[in-house]
Design a protein around this ligand. Structure first.
Ligand code: CA
Length: 699
């Protein structure tokens, strides 16, 4: 099985300051309701969705309840009967789009977003389309189309759906009709590179939203950015507060005391390159303490030495920050990676629980971070309670619980070494959700063990990350050790959901949707989804019947993904299951094989090829894949006849002929550079043809 080694890091040609394109990303959600504590000696925060009460009928928030635990109290489907779970209906999602978001279900309607922030509502019991809303992103996103990441979630509050669009708008949609109610630009300026791909966080009549793009600067054509989150009034979009995650130019004055404090941890002229620290995924509302927790990304530039040449921790990069939910005022922070330099965003799910630790009940938040450590932090104070490795980690020995700081390995920043660092920038765990089951006190983490080669600049000159292994890991957050582990193909799989029925559901990169026993990890049921799954499922109840829904489809923004799921031919569906369901998918399409374009006249030129490869990595690889091996979100260009036509290639790449389908323009490419890219692609097609021929001979 030919699974690809995918690019995560790329040189931007012509950039005076070496910038890194790291590809991974995103934001979040919730509501106010009953806070039921201590149902169990150790219980989750039982804040529930505003209309679902505590019975779990609705899944109106990204992680269901405010705790973001991706846990359902429903148990009609359980270990005893899950073998009878079957497909109830499916919905075919049109277009060549990423379909990997978490849907919502409210009072019998299922809402989901795909591709460029297109939202649909369907009947949750039949899959019948009720409405679709398309914010027309390709028409307005301009160069942001170059940052192809797709959407990962939406929010619900008071009969409205909230979606952050790729171009940076926050839009409220009438949940009944699909008509837009209001729209605001969350960007500072329309041409900055803030894009939104994660779910907004909804609570208490407010919507909090962040953005992505710390990866894209400084480089020609990219406007570097400062990270922030903004709170809006859920009813009218009025801006309530904004919290910047990194300090701006001191000469302009600091917005807050927190920024003044943070500025002391930076050096040089950091503000010129934006600083980064975007909040692209985790935003969690804590109804017990009325806090908002945000997880921040790496810095801009990614390399600490370039970003802050005189050293410093660089607050609040790679941090979890607690804010007052009313004012956005800074309360506390915990920085996971001081002077972060390996793309270890602290943006993974922040999930809330109440755990008994050393005989004392603690209000905690938990994160299985990209850097490979599982963190348990006191929510009242921000104090780190424990942190242990849940995956292979070589950049640090351990986390010092007295100082809260990592004890980095000697070689992790060795300027003379060229070393392999675990985990890679794809993260030991990333945005695919983990799930916490309060009845078992276990967390279920989709783990990816991968590594990246780094040099002095902590940038991979070859642009390669290497796959390792992947797993679904059951983790005890109190004892900080693994309980069980199910091996998965060594690429990214989907997020997890766990239920009171002692079940864990996960969609996998290999196209299987599986139910495991939550206590033992025993596989109890599976379904052939016909395509890899990257999103997380949800479960809900309509008219007394429990359903499980998941988006099936596979791609993934330059991440370590399975290239078997071809962008053009893979099915993209909402799959919904119930006990005794009677639906059946049509037969799967034949497994896609890349057939390289035949070009007998072509004679490769190694010099041109090398230049073309550099340009390709800088401009194209994010979507079309490292080494031009695509990974499900854009066509594999080795089989595209367009690479045989200089004119056609020019019309699409430089003139934007396919922009309405999401293919961005690269008008700045010179004719020579464009041609080297085309020649590189023809070489890659030839390489594949030669490989296929020799493989046939050895059969
Ligand atoms: Ca990052």
């Amino acid at each position: 099985m030919a699974l690809a080694v995918r690019s995560h890091t790329a040189w931007i040609p012509g950039s005076a300051v070496r910038g890194v394109i790291c590809v991974s990303s995103i934001v979040r959600r919730a509501q106010l309701w009953a806070v039921t504590l201590a149902l169990f000696q150790v219980s989750s925060v039982s804040a529930d969705t505003p209309i679902g009460a505590s019975d779990g009928d609705n899944w109106a928030n990204y992680g269901r309840a405010h705790d973001e635990a991706h846990y359902s109290p429903l148990a009609d489907i359980n270990t005893a009967n899950v073998s009878r779970l079957a497909l109830a209906w499916w919905f075919d999602i049109p277009g060549v789009v990423l379909a990997e978001s978490v849907p919502l279900e409210v009072n019998g309607t299922l809402y989901f977003a795909t591709g460029y922030s297109v939202v649909r509502a369907v009947d949750a019991t039949t899959g019948r389309l009720l409405w679709a809303y398309d914010p027309q992103v390709p028409r307005v996103a301009g160069h942001k189309l170059r940052l192809l990441w797709g959407i990962r979630g939406i929010a619900f509050w008071n009969d409205k759906i909230y979606v952050g669009t790729h171009d940076g708008r926050l839009i409220a949609i009438d949940a009944k009709t699909g008509k837009p109610v209001w729209s605001v630009a969350t960007n500072e300026r329309p041409d900055d590179f803030r894009i939104v791909t994660g779910p907004p966080c909804a609570f208490d009549g407010r919507i909090v939203i962040g953005h992505a793009s710390s990866e894209f600067g400084p480089a020609p054509g990219y406007v570097s950015i400062r990270g922030y989150v903004t709170a809006y009034d859920a009813e009218n979009g009025r801006r309530l507060w904004r919290f910047f995650t990194v300090p701006g130019n001191p000469a302009k004055g600091f917005e807050t005391k927190a920024m003044e404090m943070a500025a002391k941890t930076w050096s040089g002229k950091w503000w010129k390159d934006g600083g980064g620290g975007t909040v692209w995924n985790a935003i969690t509302y804590d109804p017990e303490l009325h806090h908002v927790y945000i997880g921040t990304s790496n810095g801009t530039p990614a390399d600490a030495k370039l970003r802050s040449p005189g050293g410093g921790d660089n607050l609040f990069l790679a941090s979890i920050v607690a804010l007052d939910a009313d004012s956005g005022r800074y309360l506390w922070h915990y920085q996971l990676n001081p002077a972060e330099t390996w793309d270890f965003d602290a943006t993974n799910d922040i999930e809330l629980a109440n755990l008994v630790i050393d005989g004392r009940s603690r209000r905690v938040l938990m994160q299985a971070s990209k850097n490979g450590f599982f963190y348990v932090i006191d929510r009242d104070s921000g104090k780190l309670l424990s942190a242990e490795k849940f995956a292979k980690v070589t950049w640090a020995e351990r986390i010092d619980l007295n100082t809260g700081r990592p004890v980095e390995t000697a070689f992790a920043r060795d300027p003379s070494a060229y070393m392999r660092i675990w985990p890679s920038g794809d993260g030991a765990h990333s945005w695919t959700s983990m799930a916490f089951n309060p009845t078992r006190n276990l967390v279920y983490i989709p783990v990816l063990d991968s590594s990246r080669e780094c040099n002095d600049d902590h940038i991979d000159l070859h642009g390669k990350e290497c796959m390792g292994t992947a797993a679904l890991l059951a983790w005890d957050p109190i004892q900080q050790h693994a309980i069980w582990r199910v091996a998965l193909p060594g690429v990214r799989s989907g997020g997890a959901v766990t239920t009171a029925g002692n079940l864990v559901f996960q969609g996998r990169s290999d196209g299987r949707f599986v139910a495991y026993a939550a206590d033992s990890g025993k596989e109890l049921w599976s379904f052939d989804a016909q395509v890899g799954i990257a999103g997380a499922p949800i479960t809900y109840k309509v008219a007394g019947k429990q359903y499980v829904s998941v988006l099936a489809g596979y791609g993934g923004g330059g991440a370590i993904v399975d290239p078997r799921w071809d962008a053009r031919t893979q099915p993209r569906r909402v799959l919904t299951f119930a006990l005794g369901g009677g639906a059946q998918l049509p037969p799967p399409p034949p497994r896609h094989e890349v057939v390289p374009v035949a070009d007998p006249q072509f004679e490769p030129n190694p010099n041109i090829e090398k230049k073309g490869q550099e340009s390709f990595i800088g401009h194209c690889a994010m979507c079309h894949g490292f080494d031009a091996i695509a990974g499900g979100q854009a066509p594999d260009l080795r089989e595209s006849p367009i690479i045989l036509s200089a004119k056609g290639f020019d019309e699409i790449v430089k003139r934007g002929m396919l922009r309405q389908y999401g293919m961005p323009r690269f008008e700045e490419l010179s004719d020579t550079e464009l041609e080297t890219i085309r020649q590189y692609l023809r070489s890659r097609a030839l390489d594949l043809a030669v490989h296929n021929t020799s493989a046939k001979r050895t059969e």
